[in-house]
Design a protein around this ligand. Structure first.
Ligand SMILES: C[S@@+](CC[C@H](N)C(=O)[O-])C[C@H]1O[C@@H](n2cnc3c(N)ncnc32)[C@H](O)[C@@H]1O
Length: 237
């Protein structure tokens, strides 16, 4: 496959990296949050050449913008939002029951610095300005372990180009995985980059969960093995 073909495949909006959008039916309360709260805190994708204006997303000025890709039920994003009220966070998740889970955290804990995009994170990545995001979290992405599905893995050259573009110099990109194939894949993909450096100082570093990296649902299940905590720094342009 040529680079152009690969890029086309990964930037085709109709191509989906995620599995199901809906699980069991939502409780009345969660459906109420989807109907009333979600529209108030949703990120809208602007038309044409227009880009998202990060400052306009939040009701008060924020020191920085952080982005979580595939937040699942949102426990990590809610934790980060509460721990960092001076930061604005955007979470992307196409799984509607996951979005409803995050809305429950937001309502119960009165969190006001999270905005949600309930679909493919790439739509947001394509519309964020250059150097606008300080941190990107990609925690336990679907591993697509079969070699013939490798191109569906979110960590791929095209998505990494987009992440590098939107990140500020010195920003941090975190990838968590408990899957040995995804661990190896991520290490390989990231070591080919000239725009990121790996922050691990030794093997125990990336096998030890940092204090400001709360456990996610998938990590708690740890079906495939020991979790790995990758931290990469966006190198200066
Ligand atoms: C294995 S789950 C992990 C969820 C959560 N991060 C955790 O650690 O518990 C992977 C999640 O990524 C989401 N996902 C997959 N492709 C995505 C995409 N292109 N944009 C946003 N989310 C995506 C899936 O819907 C799913 O909820």
């Amino acid at each position: 496959m040529t680079e152009t073909e690969d890029k086309k495949l990964h930037t085709d909006p109709s191509r989906r990296f995620f599995g199901r959008r809906k699980g069991k039916s939502l409780s009345g309360r969660k459906q109420g949050l989807m109907d009333d709260l979600l529209p108030r805190i949703s990120v809208q994708i602007p038309d044409g050449d227009q880009m998202i204006d990060p400052a306009s997303l939040f009701t008060s000025p924020k020191r920085a913008l952080w982005l979580e890709i595939g937040f699942g039920k949102g426990e990590h994003l809610a934790w980060q939002a509460e721990a960092h009220p001076d930061v604005g966070l955007v979470g992307c998740e196409p799984y509607l029951n996951g979005v409803a889970g995050l809305l429950t955290h937001i309502e119960e804990r009165e969190i006001d610095n999270i905005r949600i995009y309930g679909d493919d994170a790439r739509h947001v990545l394509w519309k964020l300005p250059d150097a606008s995001v300080e941190r990107v979290f990609l925690l336990h992405p679907d591993p697509w372990p079969k070699a013939r599905h490798a191109r569906r893995r979110f960590v791929n050259p095209s998505n990494l180009d987009d992440i590098a573009r939107v990140m500020v110099d010195g920003g941090e990109f975190r990838v968590g995985t408990d899957h040995p194939i995804y661990r190896e894949w991520t290490a390989l993909q990231m070591s080919a980059r000239t725009d990121f450096e790996w922050l691990a100082e030794g093997p125990e570093d990336w096998l030890t969960r940092p204090d400001d990296w709360p456990e996610t649902r998938y990590e708690a299940k740890a079906l495939e093995g020991r979790a790995t905590y990758f931290r990469f720094r966006r190198l200066p342009r």
